[in-house]
Write a protein that binds this ligand. Structure first.
Ligand code: ADP
Length: 610
């Protein structure tokens, strides 16, 4: 809707009032002027009539032609001299003389009101059109007395048009003066309008400034008392708003920072299950853009029926609710969720906050622990059951000495196996502990010496199977290593290579320095994925049976065996490769394997060169 500026509204009203008062003044002045002018004209005519009465009283006023001609001539003379129409009327109403017309042609004047009045002895006045001249006229009639009796009536008259001219001149002056005053008043009114509206305009601008969020704008506390009080109130309001907004922003930033730095995923929803806030961890966990998700319905943004149910429960419950949420992989994730309702002062649900902890690692560790306990139990049960069986048989007696010796030999073998498993388990656990505490002592050593020493340990076993162990290692390659551990790892690998090869094959131990890239899943020791670095590779290559491809990924797990019967028969514990992997990791390195069934395998320990 079109709205006029306040200054224009005030100015318009001023101008209308001014115009009205000017018109009223002009009308009043004009009518007063006319009234007093009429009065003045009548008084003037009266004075003239009074003068003329004595003039005509001296003349013969008879109805004979001579007297008439004399009277008429005097009328014309006086009329010319006084600029007034002069008429003399006989008692019967007949016109004896007239300054402007021929009395012969004039009608009887007995009925004229001023004449009637004058005949009765009073001066008569009238303002009306003249039938003779056809103009508006002022008339004043006075009786001419002779010997105490009225002998005739002298009438003086004046055309209104002549008077009107004077009135018009006066009116013109009044209007001109009024216009000058009006112009001055209009300018003053414009100035007053601006003065009244300026503080309001300033207030409007300040209010617009506040509305834009700039609460630093200040209103000048000037002008009328009411306006300056309003300015002060608005300034105060802006200051308070500013303080509150600052406090809210500060709190919000704190909450943002807390939420952003939380490892736990946090999702806040309203009572309609619309996402109000979601932290970075939640976005990363569910793979959604937090900004895009805010404002959307939870189930549209995150497709998780379990989370949906938990939110519904949290909204309905007065207490903290708990639940498990799984995120379909890969990788499969397990989350532990806690939800609590957000209520207003009256206890009505405003929404709910859900906090989710990623317990995938914990669950995986639990599974590993369970599997480990099951595996250890299984591994230990077989030798213990056998030992127990043989010992019970021996205790029962009636066993041939030959058989008893065989039984005891088998029991000893199982006991040795038990010992080997326990030794390996202890070695693994020590490695894990030392690795966790970073307590592995590293010394600069020549790799060739460690390799030779490991080969020497396995020499007897190799010779028994007619296997040749070849070494290809530059003599001067030095590295910071824990020599006993590296020797142990090499022994495990060479031992496996001999165990899982047909007799008379060759096993090669190769040491080389290579350029390598850290694989994505093996980021260690602060090295960035994808950046090239130097590494020393210790490889044990055999011409054995090889490992089928689907087993390759798991051979470094504890107690994992490709062929259980063959491994046990060969005296393996199923922990050898797990130990190798941990030793490599303790050195900041990794392990890898390549194998072709029927052709052989290459197990490698990759150690960082620096
Ligand atoms: P084990 O004590 O049984 O040798 P490891 O952890 O050393 O346990 O090895 C795990 C499994 O990996 C072995 O049981 C075997 O099946 C397979 N394996 C290890 N080294 C070789 C190899 N050089 N050739 C073929 N298979 C091997």
């Amino acid at each position: 809707m079109f709205r006029r500026r306040l200054a224009w509204q005030i100015y318009g009203s001023f101008l209308a009032l001014l115009a009205l008062s000017l018109l009223a003044t002009e009308w009043h002045a004009s009518s007063s002027l006319r009234e007093s002018h009429d009065q003045w004209v009548f008084d003037d005519l009266q004075a003239r009539a009074d003068l003329l009465v004595s003039e005509f009283a001296a003349l013969s006023l008879d109805a004979d032609n001579t007297s008439r001609a004399a009277v008429d001539a005097r009328c014309k003379l006086l009329g010319l001299a006084r600029l007034t129409r002069v008429t003399v009327i006989a008692l019967d109403g007949a016109v004896l003389g007239d300054s402007d017309s021929d009395p012969q042609t004039m009608e009887n004047h007995r009925d004229r009101s001023e004449i009637v009045e004058a005949m009765s002895g009073q001066p008569g006045r009238a303002q009306r059109p003249s039938p003779t001249l056809g103009k508006m006229m002022y008339y004043v009639a006075a009786p001419v007395r002779r010997d105490g009796r009225i002998a005739a009536v002298v009438r003086v008259s004046r055309a209104q048009a002549a008077v009107e001219g004077e009135v018009l001149v006066l009116r013109g002056r009044i209007i001109a003066g009024g216009l000058v005053v009006a112009l001055v008043a209009a300018a003053a009114a414009w100035w007053i309008s601006l003065r009244i509206s300026r503080p309001l305009v300033l207030m409007r601008k300040a209010a617009e400034c506040f509305a834009r969020g700039d609460l630093g704008c200040k209103l000048p506390a000037s002008g009328a008392e009411e306006l300056s009080a309003l300015s002060a109130a608005m300034n105060d309001m802006a200051r308070q708003l500013d303080e509150r907004i600052r406090a809210i922003t500060h709190q919000r930033n704190e909450i943002e920072a807390v939420l952003a730095s939380m490892m736990e995923a946090v999702i806040a929803v309203d009572s309609q299950e619309r996402i109000l806030r979601m932290n970075r961890a939640a976005g990363a966990l569910f793979g959604v853009d937090t900004r895009a998700a805010e404002g959307r319905i939870l189930q549209e943004a995150i497709r998780s029926p379990e989370l949906q149910k938990l939110v519904t429960r949290a909204l309905e419950s007065q207490t903290l609710v708990e639940g498990d949420v799984a995120i379909e992989g890969p990788p499969l994730r397990f989350l532990q969720a806690h939800g609590s309702r957000l209520s207003d002062v009256e206890g009505l649900a405003l929404g709910a906050v859900i906090v989710l902890n990623d317990v995938t690692r914990l669950r995986r560790l639990e599974t590993v622990r369970r599997d480990f306990v099951a595996n250890v139990s299984h591994e230990l049960r077989t030798p213990i059951t056998s030992i127990k069986g043989f010992l019970e048989t021996l205790r029962g007696g009636a066993v041939e000495p030959e058989t008893a010796k065989r039984f005891l030999d088998i029991a000893v073998k199982h006991a040795e196996r038990l010992n080997a498993i326990i030794e390996d388990l202890l070695a693994l656990s020590r490695l894990e502990q030392d690795n966790a505490k970073q307590e592995i002592a590293l010394d600069r050593a020549k790799l060739r010496e460690a390799v030779d020493s490991a080969v020497l340990v396995c020499q007897g076993q190799a010779a028994a199977k007619g296997i040749v162990v070849e070494v290809d290692c530059p003599p001067d390659v030095e590295l910071c290593i824990n020599r006993p551990l590296i020797e142990q790892a090499l022994v495990n690998l060479i031992d496996n290579a001999i165990k899982f090869s047909e007799p008379a094959k060759t096993v090669r131990v190769e040491v080389s320095v290579a350029q390598a890239f850290v694989p994505a899943d093996e980021k260690q020791h602060g090295r960035q994925e994808g950046l090239p670095h130097q590494e020393v590779v210790l490889a044990v290559r055999d011409q054995g049976w090889g490992i089928p491809e689907d087993h390759l990924a798991r051979v470094f797990e504890r107690f994992y065996r490709v062929d259980k019967a063959r491994s046990r028969k060969a005296g393996g514990t199923g922990l050898g490769l797990a130990i190798v992997k941990h030793i490599a990791q303790a050195h900041g390195g990794r392990v890898s394997v390549e194998s072709t069934v029927g052709k052989g395998s290459v197990f490698r320990i990759h150690l960082p060169a620096s």
